[in-house]
Design a protein around this ligand. Structure first.
Ligand code: IPE
Ligand code: IPE
Ligand code: MG
Length: 263
């Protein structure tokens, strides 16, 4: 295993550099100009499986391997926050068998990976309302949240039963309650305070949003937070999204001229 440095410290360990000397993509990344927050819509698992005449859940299983790979790569680069869209508020429309398979994979992911996340100082956060999840999935998620809560390394945000519209409405309800009990006043409410009511509170907005699978849409992801996010689309299906694709996206991101409305 590669020793990891705190994300706020120096980024790449000597060993990591040494091991990846031959990786020409990695060597093109400017470590001084990394996106602080990368968000990914992990899409295309079903098509990956269909192309191979396999059931859709095989695609999700293969996609989970990329989750492990991309989390590891982002951690080693020293990314502050990685947000992965795993299940949307609209994905409940899918057949029960597929939903069960996805929930089962979540349980397997936590059981297989929690020790590694802890070792790598990763802090897990969930974006979304997990209350409708099956108990077994909820229990594993709560265990992982508890066991990583004091970690100070990368924030790994898993968007689960997440919808951008739900998140905004939920924030408004929480704010109205706080106004009602006098915790804040309407005049105090500004963008900074509003963002504290979002699931991503205390984290920077995504600098880079990646969507594989060829779809050019947002699908209700991080609607508030993506105001000035750079988008990177690829036709590659998520189960084929190796760490080299992540490096490509970061290299491309680093060539962009972000103006934030200025000149
Ligand atoms: C995974 O890809 C995204 C999830 C909702 C888990 P899909 O299952 O949407 O794959 P496609 O888009 O049908 O290929
Ligand atoms: C977005 O993918 C949700 C996740 C990746 C979890 P979908 O496959 O659900 O999106 P649409 O339906 O193509 O917009
Ligand atoms: Mg899809």
């Amino acid at each position: 295993m590669i020793p990891l440095l705190d994300r706020r410290g120096l980024f790449l360990g000597d060993m990591f550099m040494e091991q990846n000397k031959g990786n020409s993509l990695l060597s093109q990344i400017d470590l001084e100009n990394l996106p602080r927050h990368i968000a990914i819509i992990m899409d295309g698992n079903g098509r990956w499986a269909s192309k191979r005449l396999l059931p859709r859940n095989f695609g999700h299983r293969e996609g989970m391997k990329r989750v492990v790979e991309i989390v590891e790569a982002a951690t080693q680069l020293g990314i502050d926050s990685l947000t992965l869209y795993a299940f949307s508020t609209e994905n409940w429309k899918r057949p029960e068998k597929e939903i069960d398979g996805l929930m089962n994979l979540l349980v397997i992911y936590i059981r297989n990976e929690l020790n590694r996340l802890i070792k790598n100082n990763v802090k897990l956060n969930i974006l979304g309302d997990i209350s409708p999840l099956p108990n077994i999935a909820k229990d594993e998620v709560k265990r992982a949240l508890e066991e990583t809560k004091d970690n100070t390394g990368m924030n790994l945000n898993i968007a689960l039963n997440y919808g951008g519209r739900h998140e905004i409405l939920n924030s408004i309800k929480l704010i109205l309650k706080d106004i009602e009990v006098g915790n804040i006043s309407i005049d105090d409410l500004d963008e900074e305070i509003f963002s504290q009511y979002l699931y991503t509170r205390d984290q920077a907005d995504p600098d880079l949003l990646i969507r594989p699978s060829g779809e050019l849409r947002i699908s209700n992801f991080l609607l508030y937070q993506i105001a000035y996010t750079e988008f990177w689309f690829s036709n590659v299906l998520w189960p084929d999204f190796t760490k080299e694709k992540l490096y490509e996206a970061i290299i491309d991101f680093q060539k962009r001229n972000r103006r934030f409305g200025g000149i």
